[in-house]
Design a protein around this ligand. Structure first.
Ligand SMILES: [Zn+2]
Length: 140
């Protein structure tokens, strides 16, 4: 017989984004979206340390455009706890050969697949090296 035990186990740790993730976050702080490209031709945004296809270590980083096209999207009406929120449009944005998921400042009913969007960054002094340094993507 098992018992349910409430509580938690204190764990002292520091989470890091990893080598490639840190590069990406440092880029965001500078207002840049970084990606990287494997020698097999696959490119990643955000960058990855190893290629998921050929398992090679990826060393070549590039600055990607801050513009892209809406590849797919969804509208969130509840938060992680199930509480109703002001609807938020989340999109998979095609940037070059890669895709990045982020929010749009466009109501869901006005989003069109393939529409061109650009990243809007927070002011330099408000950036923290976070994915939220990009406030959202807006239509162009
Ligand atoms: Zn590869």
């Amino acid at each position: 017989m098992t018992e349910n035990v409430e509580g938690g186990i204190p764990v002292n740790f520091v989470y890091t984004a990893g080598i490639a993730g840190e590069e990406f976050l440092r880029g965001l702080r500078k207002g840049k979206i970084l990606g990287n490209r494997c020698k097999c031709g696959l490119s990643y945004i955000p960058p990855r340390l190893f290629c998921e296809d050929c398992f090679s270590r990826i060393e070549k980083y590039f600055e990607s455009p801050t513009t892209g096209k809406v590849f797919s999207f969804s509208v969130a009406n509840v938060n992680f706890d199930g509480a109703k929120i002001t609807p938020e449009t989340i999109a998979l944005i095609e940037i070059g050969e890669s895709k990045l998921m982020h929010r749009l400042n466009i109501p869901g009913e006005k989003v069109k697949l393939g529409m061109k969007v650009k990243a809007v960054f927070k002011p330099v002094e408000a950036r923290k090296g976070s994915i939220n340094d990009i406030k959202y993507f807006e239509a162009i």
